[in-house]
Design a protein. Structure first.
Length: 683
């Protein structure tokens, strides 16, 4: 229900079939030119809604970030930590956003204005963050499109190094064919962020195609995007299962899975591991974007959003585990193949050692039967004799399986370098490559649909002119985003993608969700919110959520915010650059102008919160002063005005939401007669 005072009218308007009170949205719109339609569009089926929520929450991070974090931070121990944080923090916050959106049936701007006009800036901050994320996220989708089309070649263009005359290109020879193709052929990347370079026309074309797909899928809102979800949300699971079956049959899959899930219990004492685990929970569920609220706002009010929150969170976690099984079974195969190739090269050197007087004793390894030497046998021999041979001037490497596993397993490096290299070793590699990048394309698109919904829905709900011309608004938004996104198609564009990914959303979203939780659990009241949910669902909700929202979630987010700020302030932000001379990645500090840019991204994203509060307070003071002057009231002191309770409604011509200032009378849902008599405070 409207968060308005219930004694403003003694008559309750009848409820339409969808359960929305007539005229309910009009009272909560401060800047709308006209009230939101009382009959709101809804999902054509529960399946479409469910696939949309799953598609938004399950994104590229589940495939390339979670496996890396699990591998780097203790394997099985990290999984346990992740599950605990998902249960005590992730699910409650996800449930909170679902319930708020479903009960108020507006986008993120209208929802927080509904709870308190002072909080409207939270919704605008969510829109700003969604805009930042959409700009660079679709560039990654463009990269996937580029690789998808390049996959229809046999052999794959990144399967071998190109030649310059009779010699291999030095940059490729010093790295690997997949690294060379990614950095030089796909991105044509500059050495530093200071070198802008020309626009990459091929990537620009792929970005245009990506925005065209998003626009076509979104032009009718959820009516069109909901239909696309049947494919974009389901197809990735088909591909993951195919890759899992294929991966488990590969030589080295067992080593990869063992390497990933080997538990390291000491990680529980590492603060950074806790920070990374909680950050992954936070972003895996898509908290704070406003997209969860937008999607749930199209539900019927009696939808069981509590069950949805548990189901979607569980699917999200299981998808991350499934992706990890796929990734590390394939990377285990890649690592073992690379290790065996390394061993073969070293055995050629050892054949020379056997004929030299370096060692007075025979080598403890059979160099005549290379195919019989396992990685474990070679590792044991290297620990005994390898160091001695290196001291004697022989360049014998350890051919470590662990080192091979660690190469390029984070972020874009996993998808566009490590995994592509592994697929070149598959029989029928073009088929598997096309399948993989089509999966990435669909994972990215389903997340993009939710991100765009987090922008379009709240703005359309707030501004009636945009709502009346939703199609034009959608098309113009996509065109504008494409034009701004050209920043990322320069030769240095990858560095800006990394900057936006690391800083445009992390801190702002944490701050947004902190304010969201305070708004519901403390401003509105956790007890009252649980009562509203009970009325909405027709069944009671566990009271544990009250304590999780008020204390556990809030404390966890404040701790994460503090740790993130300290991590950024105590260590100068860096980015990973590609040095063409050394054919390797190097870590460089951001220049001063780049630090100013990333700081601006954070400030711009969170600025609507204090601005929204300040704007409301100024409007309130102005309205109060105007009413006092019109009624002939004598001015009172600032102290008296601030401390005295508001005893009459403000002029709703100035601000329609001003009539909802008696926060003790707020209610998300219509109340029974008895409850109204007990709860109403009157204005």
């Amino acid at each position: 229900m409207l968060l308005s005072n219930r004694k403003m009218s003694s008559e309750k308007p009848p409820l339409p079939e969808n359960g929305v009170e007539a005229g309910q949205e009009a009272g909560s719109m401060a800047v709308s030119e006209a009230p939101v339609d009382s009959v709101r569009d809804g999902w054509d089926s529960k399946v479409e809604y469910f696939l949309a929520q799953v598609g938004f929450s399950v994104g590229l991070g589940n495939v390339w970030r979670f496996p890396y974090l699990c591998h780097q931070n203790g394997g099985g121990a990290f999984l346990l930590l992740y599950v605990v944080l998902m249960v005590v923090v992730g699910v409650p916050l996800f449930f909170l956003e679902l319930a708020v959106g479903q009960s108020i049936r507006q986008g993120s701007i209208g929802v927080w204005r509904h709870i308190s006009p002072k909080l409207v800036g939270i919704g605008y901050s969510s829109c700003v963050v969604c805009s930042f994320v959409a700009l660079y996220y679709n560039v990654i989708i463009g990269w996937s499109i580029f690789y998808f089309f390049k996959s229809f070649q046999n052999p794959l263009p990144w399967a071998a190094c190109p030649k310059e005359g009779n010699t291999t290109v030095p940059e490729c020879a010093g790295s690997s064919p997949t690294s060379y193709f990614w950095f030089r052929k796909a991105l044509d990347i500059t050495d530093t962020i200071n070198e802008t370079g020309d626009f990459n026309l091929i990537i620009t074309g792929c970005l245009a195609l990506a925005w065209t797909i998003v626009c076509l899928a979104m032009f009718k809102g959820i009516k069109s995007s909901g239909k696309v979800m049947y494919f974009s949300s389901v197809f990735p699971y088909v591909v993951l299962l195919c890759f899992l079956i294929r991966g488990l049959t590969l030589d080295g899959a067992a080593e990869g899975l063992k390497y990933m899930f080997s538990p390291k219990l000491e990680i529980f004492a590492d603060v950074q591991v806790w920070r990374q685990a909680f950050t992954q929970v936070f972003f895996a569920l898509g908290l704070g974007f406003g997209s969860i609220i937008a999607y749930s706002s199209y539900n019927q009010r009696n939808n069981n959003c509590h069950r949805d929150s548990i189901t979607v969170s569980t699917i999200n976690f299981l998808t991350s585990v499934l992706a990890s099984l796929v990734v590390f079974s394939v990377l285990g195969f890649r690592a073992k193949t690379l290790s065996k190739a390394c061993i073969s090269e070293n055995l050629k050197l050892l054949s020379e050692v056997a004929l030299s007087p370096v060692s007075s004793s025979p080598l403890l390894i059979n160099i005549t039967e290379v195919e019989l030497i396992s990685v474990e046998t070679y590792k044991h021999w290297y620990e005994v004799e390898g160091h001695q041979l290196n001291l004697a001037g022989y360049n014998i490497s350890n051919c470590s399986l662990e080192d091979a596993m660690n190469k390029g397993v984070e972020g874009t490096g996993l998808a566009f370098i490590a995994f592509t290299e592994a697929m070149t070793l598959f029989p029928g590699s073009p088929f598997w490559s096309a399948l993989f990048f089509l999966m990435l394309l669909n994972l990215g698109l389903s997340t993009m649909f939710g991100t765009m919904e987090g922008i379009l829905t709240p703005l359309s709900d707030t501004f009636s002119s945009l709502r009346k011309h939703k199609l034009i608004f959608t098309v113009c938004s996509c065109v504008l985003a494409f034009l701004v996104g050209l920043l990322f198609t320069q030769r240095c564009g990858n560095y800006f993608v990394a900057m936006f990914d690391d800083y445009s959303a992390t801190l702002p979203l944490i701050i947004v969700v902190v304010f969201q939780t305070i708004s519901v659990a403390w401003v509105y009241g956790a007890d009252r919110f649980l009562k509203d949910i009970t009325q909405m669902l027709g069944r009671p909700v566990c009271v544990v959520y009250k304590y999780l929202w008020k204390y556990v979630c809030l404390l966890a987010m404040l701790t994460l915010l503090t740790a993130s700020l300290l991590n950024m302030c105590l260590k100068r932000p860096q980015y990973t650059a590609w040095n063409r001379n050394t054919a390797s990645e190097v870590h460089l500090p951001y220049p001063d102008w780049a630090l100013a840019v990333l700081s601006s991204l954070i400030i711009i994203a969170v600025l609507p919160v204090p601005l929204g509060y300040a704007h409301f307070m100024l409007r309130q003071r102005f309205s109060q002063s105007a009413l006092d002057t019109e009624a002939g009231y004598a001015p009172c002191s600032t102290t008296d005005a601030d401390s005295a309770p508001l005893s009459r409604p403000l002029n709703t011509d100035v601000d329609p939401t001003s009539s909802t200032l008696a926060e003790e009378g707020y209610r998300l849902l219509p109340q029974t007669g008895e409850e109204e008599g007990e709860e109403s405070t009157g204005v």
